[in-house]
Design a binder for this molecule. Structure first.
Ligand code: FES
Length: 86
């Protein structure tokens, strides 16, 4: 099962989006051990024991990450922010 579906369907972290499903668009980008990855093609078993950060994890309680506060000119803000935060 791809990491994307575990994040969205099992953990309800819906900030990470589905776009193409073939690692082409970046809508599903998250950080694994600080590196941007396309979660639609990453088997969840390959990230066992590794830190995974989604767009939800960039903000602290009541305080958005500066990139979130600034907004994104991208049509896919979660992907742009995840890549920029690396
Ligand atoms: S959904 Fe497009 S790269 Fe993952």
């Amino acid at each position: 099962m791809p990491l994307l579906w575990v994040l969205r369907d099992l953990l309800n972290l819906t900030g990470t989006k589905f776009g193409c499903g073939v690692a082409a668009c970046g809508a599903c980008t998250v950080r694994v051990q600080g590196q941007a990855v396309r979660s639609c093609v990453v088997p969840v078993g390959s990230v066992a024991g590794k830190p995974v950060q989604t767009i939800e994890g960039l903000a602290t309680r009541g305080k958005p990450h500066p990139l979130q506060a600034a907004g994104s000119p991208s049509r896919c803000p979660s992907a742009a922010i995840a890549r920029a935060a690396c």
